[in-house]
Design a protein. Structure first.
Length: 445
């Protein structure tokens, strides 16, 4: 069978009743983290941009889909665009390798369940289907596609969204294969925004979710789609990876090696690659007088250090630039401690900007992914060093740890104390709840 057919067969055979217990918990933690971070991101400025675009596209009179946090309804396409932007707003949505699947899949499924009046029991298996299909591609292909300038979240998120939508609406194997093939034809998205410090990346998850939904709806309507969409000449692998991929390896682990085991949550509202550097900076700032630090060197794995925007030293004028810049994130943490979304938008802090210009980012193949080495120099000429060793398991929180993270974010953002227990209750009883319960949580935001 082809890659598309193998992926489709896995999606259709997937059942909530046969999933390992840990995958149930991981999926529920993803819902808790994703919705929680979205509730805390309603006031981030570019969310309003996406909402205005959504309402301009489809109007706000009597649509069937909720624009979360806006109190308005519109067509599902506009709602998915606006809501995925919201779920990605704080950049603290989950990450899997180089891709953000949660902020693509959750808003899509929330609106899909709402519009089609589907039972919430389909949410978990559809969510797992999306993570696993997108992750199977990401883990084998992202290194190649990222080198070629394509953003993993857009590329693999589109296919993940198609798989999730197909599962939610109950497509058969042939139709699910068509949905995945359609998505492979519709996918794309560049990383140029990270180099420019512009905002296109903020809306890419919405366009990926929407393209995935369209792919599934076309398949449902009877589209005829290429069964060799992945491996054919001119297909997904050749276009985006520009090399021959091991098609068998991509699908061999489905149902045995779970993508959800690799999903990470972010303690800080910065790029996933900058989580370790911020932790390293916080550790050093606890040992060295902050005012004495005059420069430094940050060593990271080349796959992270060379990613678009990581080595930018300013001048800074957008949140898009600061959260991607390793020198800025380290400088901010060294000078002021744990960063918040508000901190990352302080573009005119002279001390932080001066220090960021004196922190050099070095690509070092001896440094594993997610790890880093930070060396700092003081005005007295002394040096301090920390090697931050991290792996995916350090960020793979369970339900309790995720709840603690969301609680801390809610406290900082001033979110009503009653909101978190309601969200936790939905997550605990997701199979017999109603998606409207989640939608209601956004009405007070």
């Amino acid at each position: 069978m082809s890659v598309v057919e193998n992926l489709a067969e896995f999606v259709v055979s997937l059942s909530a009743s046969t999933l390992p217990d840990r995958i149930h918990e991981r999926a529920r933690a993803c819902v808790l983290n994703g919705v929680g971070m979205a509730l805390a991101g309603t006031r981030v400025s570019h969310v309003a941009t996406a909402r205005r675009a959504a309402l301009a596209m489809e109007g706000s009179a009597s649509g069937p889909a909720s624009v979360l946090g806006e109190g308005k309804r519109t067509g599902i396409a506009g709602a998915v665009l606006a809501n995925a932007t919201l779920f990605h707003a704080r950049t603290q949505d989950d990450t899997c390798g180089a891709a953000h699947f949660g902020a693509t899949l959750l808003p899509l499924l929330i609106n899909l369940l709402e519009v089609r009046r589907l039972p919430s029991a389909v949410l978990l298996p559809a969510l797992v289907a999306g993570y696993e299909v997108g992750g199977a591609l990401e883990v084998h292909c992202a290194a190649s596609s990222s080198r070629n300038g394509f953003r993993a979240s857009s590329l693999y998120g589109t296919v993940a969204a198609a798989a999730a939508a197909a599962k939610a609406i109950g497509l058969g194997t042939r139709e699910t294969a068509a949905a995945i093939a359609n998505a492979m034809s519709f996918a794309g998205g560049s990383v140029v925004a990270f180099s420019e410090g512009s905002d296109e990346w903020r809306y890419q998850l919405g366009t990926a979710a929407l393209a995935g939904l369209q792919a599934a709806c076309l398949a449902e309507a009877g589209s005829r789609s290429a069964r060799s969409a992945a491996e054919a000449r001119g297909g997904f692998f050749e276009i985006f990876c520009r090399e021959t991929m091991d098609a068998r390896a991509i699908t061999a682990g489905l149902g045995a090696e779970w993508t959800l085991d690799r999903v990470m949550f972010k303690p800080f509202p910065v790029c996933a690659f900058n989580q370790g550097p911020v932790q390293a900076a916080l550790e050093l700032s606890s040992r060295v007088a902050r005012a004495s630090i005059v420069g430094g060197e940050l060593r990271m794995n080349p796959a992270e250090a060379t990613y678009a925007g990581m080595d930018f030293k300013g001048p800074f004028s957008t949140l898009s630039a600061t959260l991607m810049s390793a020198p800025f994130c380290v400088a901010r943490a060294l000078v002021h401690g744990t960063p918040s979304i508000a901190d990352m938008q302080q573009f005119d802090d002279a001390g932080v900007n001066a220090l960021a210009r004196r922190i050099d980012l070095v690509a070092d193949a001896t440094i594993p992914r997610l790890c880093c080495e930070l060396n700092i120099t003081t005005a007295a000429g002394t040096h301090a060093h920390v090697r931050m060793v991290r792996q995916a398991a350090d960020y793979s929180y369970g339900i309790d740890a995720t709840e603690e993270l969301i609680e801390s974010v809610f406290q900082f953002e001033g979110i009503d104390d009653a909101t978190l227990p309601k969200l936790v209750r939905f997550v605990e009883h997701m199979d017999r709840s109603n998606i409207v319960e989640v939608i209601y949580l956004f009405r007070s935001r």
